[in-house]
Design a protein around this ligand. Structure first.
Ligand code: SAM
Length: 443
């Protein structure tokens, strides 16, 4: 008992630290009495006082309480009213330029630590708008009378509760500025306690909201949602189960569409389909990927994890052959429809589970000269293990997780004999700790 009390007292006393670097989660890293401490809210170069929140065997976690000398890169007044509470963002206190530099360091550190690799070239980061950029999101919904009624938003950073918020600065403003209105809307529904989530999708012109209702909505609730949609010009959908249960409330038929202007392409998508969250970065990313592939007339490109054809159709527009694979049959249907709409019907879209150790056995052909892959966070280990060293002249790997990119790079370089020619970061998710990157491998 006495031991427990002294440990807790130690935990609640303030300590001093000098911050050496920024962790992969955006926390300040210090060494105190030889032990690593990860301090929320602290930036490199700062001397801070912090409170210990958690003690682990090999490191401690803390929260900054006061700062002796502010970093020149510190943003004194983060834009968001709930920054520090909401778990959506963790870097708003750091200047956006320094954020992307820190993410580049995260990428290089992962490559070095996990794969023992240093790229020949580090590409200039790709940047874009840092506010109101997010066009896809899943908002939690919960009716909590003691917090003023319905809450709509992201989970808190520290606890699992929904944040009490009225706006979101990183969401596209069409929705980000309407969080308070959404709270009031759901508060007025009979089934307010049975709505669990709202899926947000914004396209180049319009926005859509999908309400995940656990029980069927009554006519009054449907009417209110329809009215909200009409008044705000937002497409409204309900979804009671899997993706097949989505139905339109208002208008009866509508589509969402984004474009890649450089390639004169337009993509139709449904509100729950995967699309890249940041339209401006997506356009630049597709162009960079194509440039790194250095396309030639006789190329045949394999596009893995192709989704609804984001890269595939841009590739096809460059008059090269394209075979594109994806696990989600609905996305492949959408990709084929988009190919017809844009006049590139020769793209060979196929459904395939790329997390199988023989997924490429029937796909790989000797004339496939270039590879583009854009896997989920878990990476593409099964894929890279199946690639022969002479199969591709160039491989472009787009990644949303530097750790799995580094793991897969290790296989491509140390087992399959490719060279890591260049890597770069892309500011797809400003203010969050997520790191989007691109890597070029050559043989
Ligand atoms: C990061 S997204 C990229 C989508 C697309 N390249 C784009 O730019 O829009 C990853 C894609 O991998 C797909 N995926 C997830 N698991 C998969 C699997 N086991 N096999 C094939 N594709 C998978 C997802 O459905 C998703 O479309």
């Amino acid at each position: 008992m006495a031991r427990r009390r002294s440990r807790s007292a130690d935990q609640h006393s303030l300590r001093k630290a000098h911050i050496d670097s920024l962790s992969h989660e955006g926390k300040g890293v210090a060494r105190v009495d030889g032990k690593a401490v990860f301090i929320e809210g602290a930036l490199p170069g700062e001397n801070v006082e912090y409170l210990t929140l958690r003690r682990r065997k090999s490191y401690d976690e803390g929260r900054v309480v006061s700062i002796e000398n502010s970093s020149p890169q510190r943003v004194a007044h983060p834009k968001c009213e709930v920054y520090g509470v909401c778990g959506g963002c963790s870097l708003q206190h750091l200047d956006p330029k320094a954020q992307i530099e820190a993410k580049q360091q995260v990428l290089l550190d992962n490559l070095e630590r996990i794969a023992k690799l240093t790229p020949e070239t580090v590409l200039e980061p790709i940047t874009g708008p840092v506010w109101g950029y997010r066009r896809k999101a899943r908002l939690g919904v919960r009716y909590v009378p003691k917090k003023g009624g319905t809450l709509v938003g992201f989970r808190e950073r520290a606890k699992g509760y929904l944040t009490v918020m009225s706006a979101c600065e990183v969401l596209d403003p069409v929705i980000g500025s309407r969080i308070e209105m959404l709270r009031a809307l759901i508060d007025g529904l009979t089934s307010r306690e049975q709505i669990a989530q709202i899926e947000v999708a914004v396209d180049d012109q319009a926005a859509a909201l999908v309400f995940r209702n656990l029980v069927p909505l009554d006519d009054r609730d449907k009417h209110r949602l329809i009215e909200f949609g009409r008044d705000n010009g937002i497409q409204m959908y309900q979804q009671s189960g899997g993706p097949e249960t989505i139905s339109a409330l208002w208008p009866d038929t509508a589509t969402l569409e984004y474009s890649l202007p450089e390639y004169h392409l337009r993509f139709e998508f449904r509100p729950t389909d995967f699309v890249q969250v940041n339209a401006a970065i997506n356009s630049k990313m597709v162009s960079l990927a194509l440039a790194l592939l250095a396309l030639e007339k006789e190329d045949r490109v394999l596009d893995l994890f192709c989704g609804l054809g984001n890269f595939s159709l841009a590739l096809a527009s460059q008059h090269v052959g394209v075979v594109a694979l994806e696990a989600d049959g609905a996305l492949i249907q959408r990709a084929k429809a988009n190919a017809i709409k844009n006049g590139f019907t020769e793209v060979d879209f196929r459904v395939a589970d790329l997390y199988q150790s023989d997924s490429l056995a029937k796909v790989l052909e000797p004339d496939m000269s270039k590879l583009l892959l854009d896997p989920p966070r878990t990476g593409a280990l099964d894929v890279v293990q199946q690639i022969g060293s002479n199969q591709f002249r160039r491989i472009v790997y787009v990644s949303c997780n530097p750790a799995t990119l580094a793991r897969d790079a290790q296989v491509l370089v140390h087992q399959q004999g490719y060279k890591l020619a260049s890597v770069g970061v892309m500011d797809m998710f400003p203010h969050t700790r997520h790191v989007e990157s691109i890597a070029l491998f050559t043989n």
